[in-house]
Each structure stands twice: as structure tokens, then as C-alpha cells.
Design a protein around this ligand. Structure first.
Ligand code: IPM
Ligand code: MN
Length: 361
């Protein structure tokens, strides 16, 4: 099998972490007699600086011609004064829209070895394993009209969903719930917003197609608290775009570091894979970044775009083993320092590849 993978590393720590993920992907693919053909293109702030736009046309063309896209991160202080439609983030939103993936899968799980990194008590997080299904192409991010009328001193965005947009993402969430613990929690603000009332009514309708899955609805404000007080009560969590953005970052505290978590966006023409962390400009270029989120994202590329489940599991197993063996990046270096050894970004990548090699032999 050959997979044509477009890598858009982007800004900040993006290039450092994607380089480690790509090296792991090449190693694992080769071990199974497969190849991954990598193309690299610019996106985000670096593209603004060199091409004058956060999503150059040739990046977009290459993305649409590829089997999958792996993105590092976009954004940084340098471009903070720009308006939302010209910022690095606009490039990310444009590529998401063009690729068409509307279901963003974001796990948040407890890792035993990292329990000390979570501010939550171990008895609260132990065994927690949540999968967010965040709708990615609707809601406030894309709704029209949107404007900042500076003369009037007034600004507005529109939270808009069609029934079809809700049905298609809900079906994916129910299908995933069928393969997990058959429990789905849908998040909305139906006590205030019409768009949430449509959301709740539509998800309830879709539930009839999946009689084996138990559906519950939660309001987003209380859900924000419940995720921290009783994360083990949740499995698949379905949200609209902004609610999922917020709740998935919040839930990274269950794991202990945003740097550990991968994401996959499916349902469109070409799947898009991103670690859920940002560009972390404060540590960029210092080899301090945790590449494990990007490496785990590589596992999702193999699982969802190449059908290489065994190889995906191999990567995930190697990451667990590296943590079990006491290796950490700086973001994970909490607790008794005699219990672990701190590695920089490339050393951590090397350690994962070394572990994969020994698992293979
Ligand atoms: C994310 C990020 C993006 C989002 C930004 C960078 C546009 O926060 O992937 O969660 O809000 O979707
Ligand atoms: Mn976010």
C-alpha cells in the first residue's frame, strides 16, 4: 500500500512535532512493506510571510490531491494584530472547509503513568476514556452574517446549523458509540438557543436509527463541570463546533497535557489529522515540545486513511511503553524527578522509534 500524505507543518512547534510523527510513520509503514509518500506545503503564519496568504493555492491543490493531510499547528504572536479572515487560523479554517471533513474526533483519556500531571485526583480520572465528536464546519465559526462594525462599535457572529449538518455528524457519533460502550452524550444549550433546540430534536430523531445506543442530553455549562467531576461517566460526547472546541481543551486536563492528544477529522473528501495542541510559540525551536500528540495523530492516519490498524496499535503501544519506562518531555515532568527522565523533542521521537523497533523484533 502507498499513502500520499501531505504534511502542512505550519507555525511554532508544528514543524518539530510533525517531523517526529513523519519519521515514525515511515518506520512503521516500511515494517509492513508499505510506503508513505510525503509532500510538504506551507500553511498559517509562515505562508502569510512568504505567500501573502495563510492558505496558498498550491497547498490547497496538493491537499485535495492527497490521500490524507497531517497538520502541525498554526498561529503565533507575530500575526495577532490581523483580522480573523487574514490570520493564520483562517488558513486552517479554509483547509478544513475545502477538505470537507465535518466530524472532528478528539479523544481525552487518562494515562496511568501521567496521573500526577493532572490537577484532578487520580480516583476521579482513573480509567476515563472520552471521545469527543466535534462538528467542525458549522456554527459560529462559519455562520453568516459575521462582522465587526467599528464605526458602530458593534460586532456579531451567527450560530447557524441546518438539520442535515446535524444529522450527518450525529450518525458518525452514534456509529462510534456502537463500537465503544454504546453510550452517547449530546451537548447543547437548548434552554436558551433555538439552534440548540434544533440540535437536540435532530439528535433525538437520529437516535431512533441506533436503538442499541443510549442517548443523553447535557447542557454545555453543566457538562463543563461534569467532565471534571465525573469524567468516567462519559464515552462518546457529541457537540457543535465551539462547544467542542472548549470542552475538548478542558478535558485535556484529564490526560494531564494537551501535548499528548491527537485528532482526526473525517467524513469529507480528504481526512485531516492534527494534534489538538496549538503552535506554542513560547517554546518553539527550543526542542521542548512534546511530539507524542503528533505521533499519536500519525497512528490515526494509519487507522482511518490507510486501514493499517495493526500498525496504528503498534505506535500507540510504543508510546505507552515509553511512558511506562519513565521517559517524559518537559510538559510532563511533574512529580518526583527521580521517577522519570526528561527528553527533548527529537530524543522522545527516537525513543518511540527505538521502542517500535524492539516491539517488531
Ligand atoms: C483547534 C483550534 C482551532 C479551532 C483554531 C486554531 C482555529 O483551537 O483546533 O481547536 O478553534 O478550531
Ligand atoms: Mn481549540
Amino acid at each position: 500500500m502507498n499513502l500520499n500524505l501531505l504534511v502542512v507543518a505550519g507555525d511554532g512547534i508544528g514543524p518539530e512535532v510533525t517531523a517526529e510523527a513523519v519519521a515514525v510513520l515511515n518506520q512503521v509503514a516500511a515494517s509492513g512493506g508499505h510506503t508513505i509518500t510525503i509532500t510538504e506545503k506551507r500553511i498559517g503564519g509562515i505562508a502569510i510571510d512568504t505567500d501573502g496568504t495563510p492558505l496558498p493555492q498550491d497547498t490547497l491543490d496538493a491537499a485535495l490531491a492527497s490521500d490524507a493531510v497531517l497538520l502541525g499547528a498554526v498561529g503565533g504572536n507575530k500575526w495577532n494584530a490581523l483580522s480573523p479572515d487574514t490570520r493564520p487560523e483562517a488558513g486552517l479554517l479554509k483547509i478544513r472547509a475545502a477538505l470537507g471533513g465535518f466530524a472532528n474526533l478528539r479523544p481525552a483519556f487518562a494515562i496511568k503513568e501521567l496521573a500526577v500531571n493532572s490537577p484532578l485526583r487520580t480516583e476521579v480520572t482513573e480509567g476515563a476514556d472520552i471521545l469527543f465528536v466535534r462538528e467542525l464546519l458549522g456554527g459560529l465559526y462559519f455562520g453568516q452574517p459575521r462582522e465587526w462594525d467599528k464605526a458602530k462599535g458593534e460586532a456579531w457572529n451567527t450560530m447557524r446549523y441546518t438539520k442535515d449538518e446535524i444529522v450527518r455528524v450525529a450518525r458518525i457519533a452514534f456509529q462510534l458509540a456502537q463500537k465503544r460502550s454504546k453510550k452517547l452524550t449530546s451537548v447543547d444549550k437548548a434552554n436558551v438557543l433555538e439552534v440548540s433546540q434544533l440540535w437536540r430534536a435532530t439528535v433525538t430523531e437520529v437516535a431512533a436509527e441506533f436503538p442499541d445506543v443510549t442517548l443523553e442530553h447535557q447542557l454545555v455549562d453543566s457538562m463543563a463541570m461534569l467532565l471534571m467531576t465525573s469524567p468516567r461517566n462519559y464515552d462518546v460526547v457529541l457537540t457543535e463546533n465551539l462547544f467542542g472546541d472548549i470542552l475538548s481543551d478542558e478535558s485535556a486536563v484529564i490526560t494531564g497535557s494537551l501535548g499528548m492528544l491527537p485528532s482526526a477529522t473525517i467524513g469529507g473528501k480528504v481526512n485531516l489529522y492534527e494534534p489538538i495542541h496549538g503552535s506554542a510559540p513560547d517554546i518553539a525551536g527550543k526542542k521542548l515540545a512534546n511530539p507524542l500528540g503528533a505521533i499519536m495523530t500519525g497512528a490515526l492516519v494509519l487507522r482511518h486513511s490507510a486501514g493499517l490498524e495493526k500498525e496504528a496499535v503498534l505506535i500507540e503501544t510504543a508510546v505507552r511503553k515509553v511512558l511506562e519506562a519513565g521517559y517524559r518531555t518537559a510538559d510532563l515532568a511533574r512529580g518526583n524527578t527521580t521517577d522519570f527522565k526528561v527528553l527533548n523533542t527529537t530524543e522522545m521521537g527516537d525513543k518511540v522509534r527505538e521502542t517500535i523497533a524492539s516491539l517488531l523484533s
